[in-house]
Write a protein that binds this ligand. Structure first.
Ligand SMILES: NC(=O)c1ccc[n+]([C@@H]2O[C@H](COP(=O)([O-])OP(=O)(O)OC[C@H]3O[C@@H](n4cnc5c(N)ncnc54)[C@H](O)[C@@H]3O)[C@@H](O)[C@H]2O)c1
Length: 253
């Protein structure tokens, strides 16, 4: 699919992987709208790359509908959706002093990472499905899972479950949207250098970089964006989950 002049929405586009993706799409000529809860970083990044910003919580059905309508009014129907909004927590199923995992935290991670992603997909697809195709396809959706969906570590039950849900729905959603000419592909990143990672202690970051066989370092957000670009460009890529991880396989901790 050509990107020049095409409407695109990137959730979580104010930071990390989403920010690099929004920048790549804007540089390729797409009319980008960043959907992010963080107004400060989201609007600053949008300004820097010549994109629109919408303060949106991806779990909020009405807010997503309103922001998609506003993006469409200004930029035309969005043909590209990249779902990068996400949160991470660490908590064991049975924690210190034999306390059970706080269920509200488990629910929150599922709500943002899995249900938020699905909320974006269904509302984006509904609008795009009503638009004219561009050549043989109407558009592309890229989701962000994580290698935690496959190699979830100690303390990652909620995060791994949320990303496992994104992996599991990739094929059925691609099948659902096939008749509309909308492709769906999920990237499962390994360990990338973003603000999400910066919150971890330096020694943990270093050991994660070293644990990656090759290249033996953290991934760069631009490398994630490059993967998104390749997915958009290749019409045969659909219904698949792609690990982007330098061959790392996470151990239990
Ligand atoms: N960085 C990594 O190593 C890595 C690895 C695997 C998967 N991922 C996934 O990639 C995605 C992006 O991660 P990142 O490292 O760039 O994180 P990040 O924290 O730098 O960026 C996430 C962005 O999402 C936004 N956001 C969070 N909740 C939201 C909500 N409910 N509605 C709208 N926006 C919301 C935040 O404001 C932030 O701008 C996440 O889904 C994450 O789980 C990251």
């Amino acid at each position: 699919m050509k990107l020049d002049g095409v409407g695109a929405v990137v959730t979580g586009g104010g930071s990390g992987l989403g920010a690099a993706t929004a920048e790549m799409l804007a540089a390729a000529g797409a009319k980008v709208t960043i959907f992010d809860m963080n107004e400060e970083t989201g609007s600053a990044h949008a300004k820097k790359i010549g994109a629109r910003f919408a303060k949106v919580n991806v779990t909020d059905t009405a807010a997503v509908a309103e922001a998609l309508d506003a993006a469409q009014a200004e930029n035309g129907v969005a043909r590209v959706l990249v779902n990068c909004a996400g949160i991470v927590i660490g908590a064991k199923t049975v924690g210190r002093e034999n306390k059970p995992h706080p269920l509200d935290q488990f629910r929150k991670v599922i709500e943002v990472n899995l249900i938020g992603t699905y909320n974006m997909i269904s509302q984006f697809g509904a609008r795009l499905g009503a638009a004219e195709p561009q050549g043989e396809e109407r558009g592309v959706i890229v989701n962000t899972a994580s290698i935690a969906a496959f190699d979830g570590q100690i303390g990652q039950a909620a995060y791994a479950a949320s990303k496992g849900g994104v992996v599991g729905m990739t094929l059925p959603v691609a099948r659902d949207l096939a008749s509309l000419g909308i492709r769906v592909v999920t990237i499962a990143p390994g360990v990338f250098w973003t603000p999400m990672m910066e919150s971890l202690p330096q020694e943990v970051q270093d050991s994660l970089g070293k644990a990656t066989p090759f290249p033996s370092r953290l991934g760069k957000p631009e490398e994630y964006a490059q993967m998104v670009q390749s997915i958009i460009a290749n019409p045969m890529l659909n219904g698949e989950v792609i690990r982007l991880d330098g061959a790392i396989r996470m151990g239990p901790r």
